[in-house]
Ligand binder design. Structure first.
Ligand code: PEP
Ligand code: MG
Length: 892
């Protein structure tokens, strides 16, 4: 029989799919014997059933009431009991953390009677009425759908009336009055009364949490984080404990280590006399956790002990939420904590040193995406005077942009390609679109665990929070710094999320310490506390290099790029595009080759190009001496080297209009351009087709390669050139070109006296090539997947146009989670890759296979290529370290 409800004592973290992150970890803490208020979890399966059928699954209510009885029994009180009510919290908790994106309802069980009982047993009328007020407000907005602003307005009006600066100045009588006002609002807005039955409150709250899975902000967050839409949320129902019962109570959020740097903890924020929600909402400013040691040393010591237990048990950085109720510590949540990229590297290295995890686990826990982030530049603030203000360094990195004060404005300006910084007093989940659109988030309130901080860190977005000195006036769309500087909407500011500082104007950027290490191999301390992370990156890369099977090469067309790629650890060049060598001053020679009216003219142009090409190759072979360099024969349509058709036509027409004779060369060029014009040039005369129809082109390029190899060999080098033919669709095309290659290389060997041989291979970038790879391998000594063209031709998407045109609609509608030009489409393009690998190796078992499309440096795609059995990936030099790391992770 399907079960929909599990007591905390019955579950564990291995049940995360069914019980969600929060529920499974509450169960795990219960199992570890930590002080967790009793409760139970309704499964994600129940939620999925509810979302698909629109009704709760059979038997769920009964299971809920059975489990409720057990909680009541343990507490010795019933839900909503008049004289001493048991109160419950009802919280969402999906498999993947979605902070603040779904609903929570607290204080379930209070009604007009039990509020009096609570007042008596707690000894505080104010507390009881404040709790009831919170319930009616939360229930009214989240369960009954009343606009939350109406409650806020009622509260503001009452505060005005009483002259109360904040809600702490409202007394029990005021709060009781507010409850009545809220109830009236609910009746007016919904035609229904606030339900007095605790059982009904519980039931409806559970369903409302289910429904919040499909709320707008939850859906947006999932899309951003690539969380599947069909997982559903679990619901945790738990006995309430109260942090707002006086000065011996409070709530806090803590990390076992610093989630920004990975430095050993504990570390967090505490708010005396407050509920957990108050801490995260940033309504009042928190004190550092260390303050708790002074306020309540016993609870602090217990908390530290529990955190040590958790870190050892999870073998990772954990974050927790806790509440102290009249001196008793309760653990309300834990999970493996989100962390910055810097912390991820530093702390996994530290955990490995402590023997808690193995070097391979350490490698598994860092990512290429994180490494990319660490390679970003930071601010150079040396010459920039004082910051406008300081806040908490909540999420590292450097960002420059125009200050904006509303989420919608951030979205609007970002859509027009403007870089913006979202400035708020504090953020709420409603600000999510603006946070996504902005370069950075800056808030004047809230700790490092505030909504702004947690969400920004998760997104890898720069964030400074709790910049208390800033007076943020969102209405007037400006903020004022302590020195009186007023920053209006649209003014450019710079936000340093690593240092927690805000600067006026645009601050220049400096390279990262990690980049410096990658470029120079220098792991030394730069005096910026970066040695730990640099060392951790070095270790992760070293481990990755030990375990990976995939080689990593670079796409590089110049000696400079080749040198950089080699420093980054490239094991050769997987794609040297020769078309870039035909630009600039050489364009004229290419024009001549195209315009040639006779073989002699064409040979003249090619002969002039030959020494230039040879020098290009000598430089690159020298930079990559001893390592393979795959040189691709010319690929793009020739008209790309000719002047623009419209420009030429206008030039000629203008001359004619002036009564002049147009320049003869222009007329000649226009005729050639017209002759060569193609509607779909990417599907036209390019790649191997050029080699077959433009006499002498292949021979010239191959001769240049052969002579460069001979020259390097004579200079005692170890050149390893490989010749690659693009856009092959049929083995016969390759055969013709290959014969020519071999003929020319034989001539070069003969003439130079240096035996020159180069493997000849092909790109696989057309579906037909993939499907006939078995035949093509008869002529190819290696394959390299050109996944850019292969994606274009498999999907029928123009790689130059569609991303800007309609991909955002496709991403919105979930046709694909990321652009197939960025992450390999495993089902379609990937299937062709699989076929080509299998059939190619059947023909030629020793066939070397790589990929040189953009996907070669994309972390997820690298894992796919590893699994597909490729020998190497090739990517832009800057992505080489990322590819090395991911190739290592893929091999674990
Ligand atoms: C490809 O098509 O994936 C490729 C690497 O070639 P290009 O991008 O130069 O067409
Ligand atoms: Mg291509």
């Amino acid at each position: 029989m399907v079960r929909y409800v599990y007591d905390f004592t019955e579950g564990g973290r291995e049940m995360v799919g069914l019980l969600g992150g929060k529920g499974s970890n509450l169960a795990e803490m219960t199992r570890l014997g930590l002080p967790v208020p009793p409760g139970f979890v309704i499964t994600t399966e129940a939620c999925r059933a509810f979302l698909t059928t629109g009704g709760e699954p059979m038997g769920m209510s009964r299971e809920v009431s059975d489990h409720l009885k057990a909680v009541e029994k343990a507490a010795g009180r019933r839900l909503g009991q008049r004289d001493d009510p048991l109160l419950l919290s009802v919280r969402s908790g999906a498999r993947f953390s979605m902070p603040g994106m779904m609903e929570t309802i607290l204080d379930i069980g209070l009604n007009d009677d039990s509020v009096l009982g609570l007042a008596k047993v707690s000894g505080s009328e104010r507390f009881a009425w404040d709790s009831y007020r919170r319930l009616v407000q939360m229930f009214g907005s989240t369960v009954m759908g009343v606009d939350a602003a109406l409650f806020e307005q009622a509260m503001a009006e009452l505060k005005d009336l009483r002259g109360a600066p904040d809600d702490m100045h409202l007394d029990a009588g005021d709060l009781a009055e507010l409850v009545e006002t809220y109830k009236t609002v609910i009746r007016r807005e919904t035609g229904e009364s606030f339900p007095q039955s605790p059982a009904e409150q519980l039931h409806r709250a559970i369903l409302a949490v289910f429904e919040s899975w499909n709320g707008e902000r939850a859906r947006l967050y999932r899309r951003r984080e690539h969380i599947p839409d069909d997982l559903g949320t679990a619901v945790s129902v738990q006995r309430m404990v109260f942090g707002n019962l006086g000065s011996d109570s409070g709530s806090g959020v803590a990390f076992t280590r610093d989630p920004a740097t990975g430095h050993p903890g504990p570390y967090g924020d505490y708010l005396p006399n407050a509920q957990g929600e108050d801490v995260v909402a940033g309504i009042r400013n928190t004190v550092p956790l260390s303050e708790l040691e002074r306020l309540d040393p016993t609870s602090y010591a217990r908390l530290c002990a529990h955190m040590r237990t958790l870190e050892r048990h999870y073998r990772d950085l954990c974050d927790i939420e806790f509440t102290i109720e009249r001196g008793t510590l309760w653990m309300l949540q834990t999970r493996v904590g989100k962390r910055t990229a810097e912390a991820a590297f530093a702390l996994t290295a530290a955990l490995a040193d402590e023997g808690l995890i193995t070097p391979d686990e350490s490698l598994a826990r860092v990512s290429g995406e994180g490494l990319t982030r660490l390679m970003f530049p930071r601010f150079d603030t040396s010459g920039n005077g004082d910051p406008l203000a300081r806040g908490l360094p909540a999420s590292p990195g450097a960002a420059v942009g125009a200050a904006v004060f509303h989420s919608a404005e951030a979205v609007r300006r970002a859509a027009a390609s403007e870089k913006v910084i979202l400035v708020r007093r504090e953020t709420t989940p409603d600000d999510l679109p603006g946070m996504i659109a902005a370069q950075a988030v800056l808030t004047s309130r809230g700790g490092k665990t505030s909504h702004a901080a947690v969400v920004a860190r998760g997104m890898g977005k720069v964030c400074v929070c709790g910049a208390e000195d800033l007076e943020v006036d969102t209405e007037a769309q400006r903020f004022t710094a302590p020195d009186g500087t007023v920053v209006e909407e649209g003014t450019v500011i710079s936000v340093d999320g690593s240092a927690g500082a805000v600067y006026p104007g645009s601050v220049p950027l400096v390279d990262s310490a990690v980049m410096r290490f990658l470029e120079t191999g220098d792991t030394g301390d730069t005096g910026e506390g970066s040695a730990g992370v640099v060392d951790a990156v070095a270790r992760a890369l070293a481990r990755a290099d030990t375990v990976r099977r995939l080689e990593v090469r670079a796409n590089a067309d110049t000696p400079e790029d080749a040198v950089r790629a080699r420093r980054f650890g490239a094991q050769g060049i997987g794609l040297c595009r020769t078309e870039h060598m035909f630009l600039g001053e050489r364009r004229k020679l290419v024009e001549e080759m195209i315009l040639a009216r006779s073989d002699t003219e064409r040979h003249g142009a090619l002969a002039a190009l030959l020494p230039l090409q040879r020098q290009d190759f000598v430089g690159i072979l020298e930079a990559m001496d001893g390592l393979p360099v795959t040189i691709r024969l010319l690929d793009p349509p020739l008209h790309e080297f000719l002047p623009d058709r419209t420009e030429l036509a206008v030039r000629i027409a203008a001359a004619e209009a002036r009564g002049d004779l147009p320049v003869a060369r222009d007329v000649e060029l226009l005729a050639a351009v017209n002759r060569m014009h193609e509607e779909n040039p990417m599907l036209g005369l390019r790649g191997v087709r050029l080699g077959l129809v433009v006499p002498g082109l292949v021979a010239m390029q191959v001769r240049a390669i052969g002579e460069a190899v001979a020259e390097r060999t004579r200079a005692d080098g170890a050149p390893q050139a490989e010749i690659m033919v693009p856009l092959v669709g049929d083995v016969r095309e390759l055969r013709i070109v290959r014969e020519e290659v071999q003929r020319v290389l034989a001539e070069v060997s003969e003439a130079s006296g240096v035996p020159v041989t180069c493997p000849v291979g092909t790109m696989i970038e057309l579906p037909r090539a993939a499907l006939t790879a078995g035949r093509i391998a008869e002529e190819a000594e290696f394959f390299s997947f050109g996944t850019n063209d292969l994606t274009q031709t498999t999907w029928g998407f123009s790689r130059d146009d569609v991303e800007a045109e309609f991909f955002s609609a496709y991403l919105d509608k979930g046709v694909f989670p990321t652009s197939p030009f960025e992450t390999i489409d495993q089902d379609g393009v990937g299937r062709l890759v699989g076929i080509a690998v299998a059939e190619g190796r059947t023909t030629r078992p020793e066939l070397k296979i790589g990929v040189c499309g953009e996907h070669g440096g994309d972390p997820e795609s690298v894992h796919f290529f590893h699994a597909a059995g490729l020998d190497y990936v090739s990517c832009s030099p800057f992505r080489v370290p990322v590819a090395r790391l991911e190739a290592g992770r893929a091999a674990l």
